[in-house]
Design a protein around this ligand. Structure first.
Ligand SMILES: [Zn+2]
Length: 334
């Protein structure tokens, strides 16, 4: 923290900070001394002195003085820690946009993966083993109770984290014991975070914001053959097996924007591989979607996996890429 403070004070001269916040002063005495009205108390005569070389201020009216940190604490009524965070935001405003904070959160969760064996065990159970894939998709783990501390340390406010849904109304981490995968939009940006519980309910969580269309559309949209699955764990085992032209719509009902993405080229062929769940909802949705895609001029196939499997459980049960390809070929013939 002390290192941060010295760095901030060297990067943000006190006089620059004051001028940026509408303080005006006249040069007096030495080249480095300025005087103006005090921003910390009401006054009609100028008694607030700034020494630009020493980066210090002193007010003869209210008797207060100190460095940049002290000024921020007094003027904004912040404690030391929040003042440091405030100055970090002043220095790098672009780092505190919604998109950047989501990336910081995703990177933090990714860094936690190897520290928690229960997360690694869950990924193994779901057939996700490829370290390259885990890195490329920035798959991570939210142990709970540590994200807020990390992000406020690097400069975010709790209010902003609550606005994003990363912390709840009580200021606690929202994601707890969840595998976390960033939802990538069509520009490769993190639009949302998907959380999958390793042991509790609810099983699935997102932040309260848009998901950014089909997953990682920019990485698959050049293909004229697309595999569409329900969830990210289906997608992961398929990418791992070489089917990298797979995307997912986070469920069986596509949004209008996701549907439009699938239809953005007329020579596209779509293989829909939804879960064969007991009540048949997945298969009905797949048939309906295939019909709509065909009406839009595309070729579309509903693929059924053996024994009621979904893509994830199929690979976990030992299926190979060749087995899955055979199912795709079978779907074409139906
Ligand atoms: Zn004063």
């Amino acid at each position: 923290m002390q290192h941060d403070v010295e760095l901030l004070k060297s990067k943000i001269p006190l006089l620059d900070y004051l001028k940026r916040h509408n303080w005006s002063g006249c040069r007096v005495g030495s080249r480095h001394e300025f005087v103006g009205r005090c921003p910390l108390h009401e006054e009609t005569q100028a008694s607030f002195y700034v020494n630009a070389q020493k980066n210090l201020f002193y007010c003869h009216g209210c008797g207060r003085g100190g460095d940049l940190l002290r000024f921020v604490q007094l003027s904004l009524r912040l404690n030391f820690r929040d003042s440091v965070a405030h100055l970090k935001r002043e220095l790098h405003p672009a780092l505190f946009t919604e998109g950047c904070v989501l990336v910081q959160a995703a990177s933090f969760y990714h860094s936690q993966l190897d520290r928690h064996e229960e997360a690694r065990a869950y990924l193994r159970k779901r057939g996700v083993r490829d370290e390259d894939l885990i890195s490329r998709l920035l798959i991570g783990y939210a142990p709970g109770g540590s994200l807020r501390g990390y992000l406020t340390e690097v400069g975010s406010t709790v209010d902003f984290l609550a606005h994003l849904g990363l912390v709840d109304g009580r200021g606690r981490d929202s994601f707890y014991r969840l595998i976390v995968v960033p939802c990538l939009d069509s520009n490769g940006n993190v639009a949302n975070l998907y959380g999958r519980s390793i042991d509790g309910l609810p099983a699935h969580r997102f932040l309260p914001r848009a998901k950014g269309g089909l997953f990682a559309w920019d990485r698959v949209c050049d293909s004229n053959r697309i595999i569409l699955v329900e969830g990210l764990f289906d997608l992961m085992v398929l990418w791992q097996a070489g089917f990298t032209h797979t995307t997912c719509g986070y469920g069986i009902h596509l949004t209008a924007a996701q549907f439009a993405q699938l239809c953005d080229r007329s020579d596209r062929e779509v293989f829909i591989v939804f879960d064969s769940d007991g009540n048949g909802a997945g298969q009905r949705a797949a048939m309906h979607l295939a019909h709509r895609l065909r009406s839009g001029g595309l070729r579309a196939h509903v693929v059924t996996l053996p024994d009621g499997h979904d893509p994830n459980s199929y690979f976990v049960a030992g299926a190979t890429a060749a087995d899955f390809q055979a199912c795709l070929d079978q779907g074409c013939r139906l």
